[in-house]
Design a protein around this ligand. Structure first.
Ligand code: C2E
Ligand code: MG
Ligand code: MG
Ligand code: MG
Length: 288
């Protein structure tokens, strides 16, 4: 009996492993199709200056609305793309669409347009072909390099530090801004950081969340470090006014979070920027 029970268990595990593998293959095929048909879309979350709370930039975030499975988070499909060789296609799509949207905004809403857009770049995209891809996306859409920020996670930098450093230097030479995403969650050495041509640290939202429990040590240290190195900071995941006020006091450069603005599709973001950044009334102060 024990034997057959054991066998049964093995069969069940085997079946479910096969079902899982099959499921994964199907997801990969569907993701490939979604990328080819450009049915992965982007949403844009505004990033605000700390003092005047003006929206100065956006972060582009990928969205996949699956016809049967509904919304699939990038936390799920980005790793699938990485494992299946689809990440370069996804990365190109994100770069191209962000540059296209930025140049459309410049044409249609002019001064109300965000000054910069940030794109997330996977560790696997951080190879010798990235600078050329960025340059051609910028050129294709007539966008000035200073209007693009490339966000890289700490772990991406640590995978192959020397290769990453070379790519970052080439990107920086193009004139794009470079931000380290989710800063503080990886284990990048500070000594190493000093030799990277980054322009901004994004304080991970786990540290911003701690501010609400009176724990400001990490956030405060990261902002101080950035200041010493001459880098800007973006505090991620700002959900409350209290957090924003504390971050003001700590000297963060920029704020980003659901408490200030949600990520929005292109059209919604257009309306949002037009309303938020309409020209100042003569003599009037804009406190929004
Ligand atoms: P990330 O780059 O750190 O992006 C910020 C994430 O935090 C976004 O989640 C955003 O919606 C969310 N967020 C913003 N404000 C708040 C807040 O106040 N509270 C909370 N709880 N969350 C907030 P999203 O869009 O689900 O993206 C998750 C991650 O997936 C991103 O983290 C990034 O690592 C990755 N990702 C998204 N789009 C892309 C992409 O186009 N390419 C690559 N390679 N990765 C992407
Ligand atoms: Mg990011
Ligand atoms: Mg982040
Ligand atoms: Mg994060």
């Amino acid at each position: 009996q024990a034997k057959s029970g054991g066998k049964g268990r093995i069969t069940v595990v085997d079946t479910s492993a096969r079902a899982q593998a099959h499921d994964k293959l199907r997801l990969v095929a569907e993701l490939r199709e979604a990328i080819e048909q450009r049915s992965i879309s982007l949403v844009y979350q505004p990033i605000f200056g700390t003092g005047d709370r003006r929206p100065v930039a956006v972060e582009a975030l990928a969205r996949w609305q699956h016809p049967q499975r509904g919304h699939i988070s990038p936390v799920v499909f980005v790793p699938v793309a990485e494992e299946s060789g689809l990440i370069s296609g996804l990365g190109l799509l994100v770069l191209d669409e962000t540059c296209r949207q930025m140049s459309e905004w410049s044409r249609t809403i002019g001064a109300a347009a965000p000054q910069r857009a940030a794109v997330n770049v996977s560790a696997l995209q951080l190879d010798a072909s990235l600078p050329g891809q960025v340059e051609s996306a910028l050129r294709r859409h007539g966008l000035s390099p200073s209007r693009l920020t490339v966000e890289i996670t700490e772990s991406a930098l640590m995978a192959d530090p020397r290769a990453a450093r070379q790519v970052l230097h080439e990107l920086r030479e193009l004139g794009v801004e470079l931000a380290i995403d989710d800063f503080g969650t990886g284990y990048s050495s500070l000594a190493h950081l000093r030799h990277l041509p980054v322009t901004c640290l994004k304080v991970d939202r786990s540290f911003v969340a701690e501010l609400s429990d009176g724990q400001a040590a990490i956030t405060s240290a990261i902002i101080a470090l950035a200041g010493t190195l001459g880098l800007d900071t973006v505090a991620e995941g700002v959900e409350t006014d209290a957090q924003a006020t504390l971050l003001d006091g700590l000297g963060a450069t920029y704020l980003q979070g659901f408490g200030l603005a949600m990520p929005m599709g292109g059209r919604e973001a257009t309306d949002w920027f037009v309303t938020r950044r309409s020209p100042l009334p003569a003599g009037g102060g804009d406190t929004r």
